[in-house]
Design a protein. Structure first.
Length: 419
């Protein structure tokens, strides 16, 4: 049974790699994206993964920086989830570049005025930090079990010495990783927020909202992995820590809804023009998708704020899954209202405002050379390619969690969650 996640992950990698090779040959023309809708499913998943990674590392770093003992059993899981997610996010950037020459061009001749290059730099730094966090936290377990993880040097140290090294360096890494975790998602948010021509993104609240959703989704993934690692037989021993993570996610979702409410009030208050068009997209064209995002995240928040929702493993798992699903939809809803129609317009002599048609870049595939709107849905190739990063994520989680003990001793009963 323990090998099933690894088998599923490796199968996803194989399917995704085959689809990516097909995309490398045909370029992004094999996807359903266009010049109008140039950021599609790949970028939506990329932002989702970066957020989950940031949230996981924020939780892990907080354990050592603020001495949150009730969460210490889940420090390794939080760091591992961050490492696996940021690795998958880096892969998502690569597949979004299209042909192989685009990838080589970015590496050989980076354009440092491009936010993408700086995003790659921050992702690489974060990948190193998350790996180091997992590495130092695993040292005591590796010493006691005799397992290897690039740590042959610990053979000459006593268990007490290894414990001291592990705690000291885990704290040092946390001190660096916490601001970097916030920075990486802030940089990702600023890639959106600095686009003046896109009013749905052009707000100072976006980076703060990104961080809130990162904590919520990162906590949800940590809960799922922890529940799987603990098993039904021992989950009561860790109920205090699990409930705390659930409530942290709930508070983060509450902060997110505050930002959502403020944004909607501002859109409704300003009224016509771009604000009216955005409200029409949110309540009309993409109303069902937006409603699903709100319902899922609100349901997860409500569940995590209730006592049964934090004391029953089935409800914890349910809340985590719907929180992650709602977060993914939230990331996709960043794109749909902005890319579904042309952002350029002109006013006729009669005062009528028309959207300016743009080249779709898909004439050979669709026969449509110019358009002012574009209905985007990811096609089967995009869905298959996305299996590659997510397969890598699942494989890394299954491989490391299956080989090394990922859950520490439970917090004492006296250290109960806040009521």
């Amino acid at each position: 049974m323990k090998r099933i996640p690894l088998v599923i992950g490796l199968a996803a990698v194989v399917v995704g790699a085959a689809a990516w090779v097909y995309q490398l040959i045909g370029g992004l023309a094999v996807t359903n994206m266009s010049n109008l809708f140039s950021w599609g499913f790949y970028i939506g998943c990329f932002v989702f993964l970066v957020g989950v990674a940031a949230g996981g590392m924020i939780i892990s770093s907080s354990i050592y920086l603020f001495d949150v003992q009730r969460l210490k059993p889940f420090g390794k899981i939080a760091s591992l989830s961050a490492f696996a997610c940021i690795l998958a996010a880096g892969c998502m950037v690569i597949v979004d570049l299209g042909r192989a020459q685009n990838i080589v061009q970015m590496l050989v001749h980076p354009n440092f005025s491009s936010p993408l290059v700086w995003d790659i730099v921050v992702i690489t730094l974060y990948l190193v930090l998350t790996f180091l966090s997992v590495y130092f936290q695993l040292l005591p377990d590796c010493k006691r079990s005799g397992k290897r993880f690039f740590n042959r040097w610990i053979e000459k140290r006593t268990e007490a010495e290894v414990d001291v090294v592990s705690h000291r360096w885990s704290r040092i890494v946390a001190l660096v990783a916490l601001p970097v975790a916030v920075l990486i998602h802030t940089v990702t948010a600023l890639i959106f927020a600095t686009q003046n021509g896109h009013p749905w993104w052009h707000t100072a609240m976006l980076p703060a909202d990104f961080i809130a959703m990162a904590v919520a989704s990162g906590g949800a993934l940590v809960l799922l992995i922890a529940l799987a690692a603990i098993g039904r037989a021992h989950w009561r021993e860790h109920m205090v820590g699990l409930a705390t993570i659930a409530r942290i996610s709930a508070v983060a979702l509450a902060v997110h809804f505050f930002f959502v409410a403020v944004e909607l009030v501002l859109l409704a208050w300003t009224g016509g023009g771009e604000s009216a068009a955005l409200l029409q997209s949110l309540t009309g064209t993409y109303g069902i998708l937006y409603a699903l995002e709100i319902v899922l995240t609100a349901a997860a928040m409500a569940l995590f704020f209730t006592k049964p929702g934090t004391n029953r493993p089935a409800l914890l798992a349910t809340g985590s899954i719907i929180a992650l699903a709602g977060t993914l939809i939230h990331r996709l809803m960043l794109l749909y209202p902005e890319f579904a129609s042309s952002s350029l317009s002109f006013t006729t002599a009669t005062g009528t405002e028309w959207l300016y048609p743009l080249s779709t870049g898909r004439y050979l595939m669709t026969g449509q050379a110019f358009a002012s709107t574009y209905a985007y849905v990811p096609n089967i190739i995009e869905v298959a390619v996305v299996l590659l990063p997510f397969g890598i994520l699942l494989s890394v989680l299954a491989l490391i969690a299956g080989r090394y003990p990922m859950v520490g001793a439970p917090a004492s009963k006296a250290d109960s969650p806040l009521r």
